[in-house]
Design a protein around this ligand. Structure first.
Ligand code: FAD
Length: 482
């Protein structure tokens, strides 16, 4: 896996080893609020950059609840750079999906296929994994732990900015903790965000009208059932799409478990990652769907349920004082229909880590935060929009638009199958897969989503823009590597 890239500074060009992260000349004490995937990634990236990290987590213990997560190439690239390749392989090598397939909701007929292993990973220079969320969490914890002081049972209830250079948080217990920089990685219902935006009166998170159920089934009996056997024998990401709802399924834990996310309309449930859902309500929501799915759902004995919320667009992620900033779901939650929420949080963390590895005095903090926001805002806004676009594509009611969608998806599928010598009967005229409703077959969309590299983004920005007060310091640092 490529770990170096070229940086051009004036006439000088050099391959820089991305794993050899420079340490900041000025060490900060940084408070990270929230120990989710985003908070852990921030702890690692900023700790590795030489800063001292305290993580405050409201829950009494840390970890992720059961369910799978897709680690697309833009995320696996970062994790591999952070030294996690062996762990990813050991947790999920046998689950690596060969294809992303779309199925008609009632019959299960395949209407779209995109090749992942051997194509998408090759095109974008990093693999596509599907892992258990708890495993991903443990991987990040293993690399972040040396750098962080973790405090559980530490719910932040307010922030205070009286001392502009040393903001502090107040915990539910009344304890006060100050820092040079505070990072809100406290998820969709962020307390830190309320202080950044000053909009404590108006709820910023809004329901999307979609409800997500998450089910994990043991697979040891699948091989005895001809209908379920292919699910473990041919690892794919399967996505059944139907009117107003869809289901995504794939193997995790080296095919020992089958993970499903089921989306249907629903609104009256509070947002929580750990809330138990109603099994009957979930099954009733998918009456008339593919019999294979019905069989899977009949085997579930528990389900997690969460209402999907998004957040009104924020003008800024940075408190006016320049010492508090947001990251991940606290500032840009998105529908999970492009499998990018955690990837965006971890990219945020990687950008912050890279930028703050260049810090030489505290006066630079507000400027570096502004650079972070500038580098990240457009990227995550585009990803949010892509995720929302998929909602419309997936949830079309049966009718003319749905038929047009299916025809276009089949077209792109034929192109993909031809490349693999698997097209038997070419019934549809070929179209360019660019603009195809199957976003995974759209080369342009894939390049936009999966080629992004946070370290390249920062290094390029730096090479082009670090001027004035920064330049004396940082041009020397970059030049030092040349
Ligand atoms: C059904 C579903 C499927 C998904 N699938 C994918 C996928 O395949 N790929 C992908 O990349 N993303 C996926 N996502 C998105 C992803 O899960 C989220 O974007 C990601 O978990 C956000 O991480 P975070 O660290 O920003 O927030 P969170 O994970 O919400 O973490 C926030 C943390 O802050 C803590 N906290 C909250 N308030 C306080 C407080 N006041 N004081 C102290 N601590 C506090 C919380 O306890 C929590 O530990 C999916 C999401 C859903 C709903």
């Amino acid at each position: 896996m490529q770990q170096v890239h070229s940086v051009q500074v004036g006439d000088m060009k050099k391959e820089i080893d991305l794993r050899n992260v420079p340490k900041a000349r000025k060490q900060l004490t940084i408070l990270v609020v929230g120990c989710g995937l985003g908070g852990l990634a921030a702890a690692y990236a900023l700790g590795q950059a030489g800063h001292s990290i305290i993580i405050l987590e409201s829950s009494p213990s840390i970890g992720e609840v059961g369910a799978g997560i897709q680690v697309c190439p833009n995320l696996s690239r970062i994790l591999i750079r952070w030294g996690l390749e062996d762990m990813l392989k050991s947790a999920a090598e046998r689950d690596k999906p060969a294809w992303f397939t779309f199925h008609r909701y009632d019959s299960g007929e395949v209407i779209g296929m995109s090749r992942l292993e051997g194509k998408l990973d090759r095109d974008h220079g990093a693999p596509w994994y599907v892992v258990h969320r708890a495993d991903l969490y443990d991987m990040l914890l293993s690399i972040a732990s040396p750098y962080m002081n973790l405090r559980t049972n530490s719910k932040v209830v307010s922030l205070n900015f009286e001392d502009p250079f040393r903001p502090f948080v107040t915990l539910q217990t009344g304890e006060i903790i100050s820092a040079d920089l505070i990072i809100g990685a406290d998820g969709i219902n962020s307390v830190v965000r309320d202080h950044v935006t000053g909009q404590t009166e108006i709820p910023l998170s809004v329901p999307t009208g979609d409800l997500a159920y998450r089910v994990v089934l043991p697979t040891h009996t699948f091989k005895d059932d001809p209908q379920l056997k292919p699910l473990v024998e041919e690892p794919r990401i399967r996505c059944w799409i139907g009117p107003g709802r869809h289901i995504v399924g794939y193997c995790i834990r080296n095919r020992r478990e089958y993970n499903m996310v089921l989306i249907k309309p629903g609104d009256s449930h509070s947002y929580s990652w750990t809330a138990e859902g109603d099994l009957r309500e979930m099954r009733d929501g998918f009456n008339g769907w593919d019999p294979c799915l019905r069989k899977l759902l009949s085997r579930a004995d528990s389900v997690l349920e969460s209402a999907l919320l998004i957040c009104r667009p924020l003008k800024t992620w940075i408190h006016v004082g320049g010492r508090v900033v947001l990251l991940g779901d606290s500032c840009h939650p998105m529908l999970p229909y492009r499998a990018q929420g955690s990837a965006m949080a971890i990219e945020d963390a990687a950008v912050l880590g890279n930028l703050f590895s260049r810090l030489s005095n505290t006066a630079q903090i507000p400027e570096l935060l502004k650079v972070y926001e500038n580098l990240r805002h457009a990227r995550v806004s585009a990803t949010q929009a892509a995720s929302t676009r998929n909602r419309r594509v997936y949830h079309l009611p049966d009718g003319i638009e749905q038929q047009q969608r299916d025809t276009a998806m089949r077209s792109a599928m034929q192109e993909e199958l031809l490349q693999y010598g698997m097209a038997k009967d070419v019934q549809h005229p070929f179209t360019s897969s660019c603009g195809n409703p199957n976003a995974w077959s759209d080369k342009n969309k894939n390049a936009e989503q999966f080629d992004y590299d946070p370290d390249v983004a920062v290094d390029e920005w730096w090479a082009l823009n670090a001027t004035g007060a920064f330049l004396g310091q940082h041009k020397c640092e970059i030049a030092g590597q040349l």
